[in-house]
Design a protein around this ligand. Structure first.
Ligand code: NIG
Length: 426
């Protein structure tokens, strides 16, 4: 299907050449075209430019606009509206069974995330529910979240396993993730997170579970091609630096690239071990010092900030300003959609939190949720900007005065039309 979007008030994040990952001050650059058009064909961005270029009348007497309108399948008049590349949500756990609002009540009564986990709640609670849920039902529940995030403007998403915590259930989750990528128009990046928590069975035998991950799970995940990345929750009370090192090392030998949950509750050592294995990203970073900022600045690893979880767990936000201003770190932003620390898949809300709570500018934020988010899941060449040849994942806003209006109106739905892989999502 060919689609022409005309009279676009502002076409955002436009780059003639595919942009590199943006670091520090580079994240202030957000190129836009006013009064623009966008042409989509064969699922790709075919062309774009100023409307005036379409209105030029050659000696035929017919403008290019008139010619195009005759041959495309769909013409969308976007007067007053803006067009963005779809959000790239590079850290989620959106395949899970049921929900955990009972723990939300515990939280209101004053229990911390770690206290809830120590009582057998948290990730173990989700693992129990997932074990009792069939693969079809798990898929059905996940697809309601998929539909939700698409309508929120997300076009590419990383999804982790990590609520299975045994070989069968981890594989079940990864198969559901694969089915999502086959049956939805989202671009899906699968990550194996067997090392999310120690299951009940291995409560007193951590070495036993680490060995099971290394010797039983990773080989199957890799041989069935079920994941591209391997993740570890490196944190006090969860996986130690040594566990993380061994698991990432084993994953890498099977072709799985590293990513790490690092420094969420403490200075866990997750950044250093992630960088050691050239992790694509390290996520969270609430407890991060100059030493780790420097380590990130000197690496290719992206700092993936998840302010939705910081908000929900009522913690101190990571210091995005210092990462950007003093260390030129590459920052991405993601939702971390999951039942425990962020039951929210709304990237627009993440843009508001990043502006308000971490003092990122709208330009930095839009880079963090588009091109850097794409790089944070290995999709930088195909997603995250309006560049000819890239995947036609875009959204058209409602009539809005400026792009700053998006993070500013923190709960108003502002998306009018979603186009994924060149097709209008109904
Ligand atoms: O990224 N911290 C570890 N994993 C998730 C929370 C998962 C859960 O509580 O279910 C996170 O915050």
């Amino acid at each position: 299907m060919a689609i022409l979007i005309k009279n676009i008030k502002k076409l955002v994040q436009v780059e003639a050449e595919n942009p590199n990952l943006r670091r520090g001050k580079e994240m202030s650059v957000l190129n836009c075209i006013d009064n623009a058009y966008l042409l989509i064909d064969w699922g790709k961005i075919a062309d774009y430019g100023e409307m005036s270029e379409l209105l030029y009348m050659a000696d035929t007497g017919v403008t290019r606009l008139e010619e195009l309108e005759k041959i495309v399948d769909n013409v969308i008049d976007a007067t007053g509206k803006m067009v963005f590349p779809s959000f790239c949500d590079s850290h989620t756990h959106l395949v899970y069974a049921g929900s955990r609002e009972i723990e939300f009540m515990d939280k209101i009564r004053g229990l911390s995330y770690q206290e809830i986990a120590r009582r057998g709640g948290g990730i173990l609670n989700s693992a129990k529910l997932l074990h009792e849920t069939s693969e079809n039902e798990l898929f059905r529940q996940a697809m309601t979240r998929v539909d939700e995030i698409i309508r929120f403007g997300t076009g590419a998403v990383e999804i982790k396993s990590g609520y299975g915590l045994n070989p069968e259930d981890e594989i079940k989750m990864l198969r559901v993730i694969r089915r999502i990528s086959q049956e939805s128009p989202l671009t899906v990046v699968p990550t194996f997170l067997g090392a999310h928590a120690f299951p009940e069975k291995y409560k007193n035998d951590h070495e036993g579970y680490v060995s099971e991950i290394i010797n039983e799970m990773i080989p199957v995940v890799a041989s069935e091609g079920l994941a591209d990345y391997i993740d570890v929750f490196c944190e006090n009370g969860f996986f130690s630096v040594e566990d993380t090192d061994r698991i990432l090392n084993a994953g890498m030998k099977y072709g799985l690239r590293a990513t790490v949950h690092a420094n969420q509750m403490s200075e866990s050592g997750g950044v250093e071990v992630g960088v050691k294995y050239n992790a694509i990203s390290v996520s969270h970073l609430e407890f991060t010092s100059d030493k780790q900022y420097k380590c990130l600045a000197e690496s290719q690893t992206i700092a993936n900030l998840l302010p939705g979880a910081t908000f929900f767990l009522e913690m101190e936000y990571p210091s995005a300003r210092r990462m950007l201003d003093e260390y030129q770190v590459a920052v991405a932003l993601a939702t971390n959609y999951n039942p425990g620390s962020c039951p929210c898949g709304d990237m627009k809300f993440i843009t508001s939190l990043a502006c308000l709570k971490m003092k990122m500018t709208p330009e930095e934020v839009f880079n963090a949720v588009t091109i850097n988010g794409a790089y944070a899941m290995g999709l930088g060449e195909s997603h995250g900007s309006i560049t000819r040849g890239k995947c036609a994942n875009v959204f058209i806003t409602k009539d809005i005065p400026s792009y700053e209006f998006i993070p500013y109106s923190f709960s108003t739905p502002l998306i009018d039309t979603v186009i994924l892989q060149g097709e209008i999502y109904e």
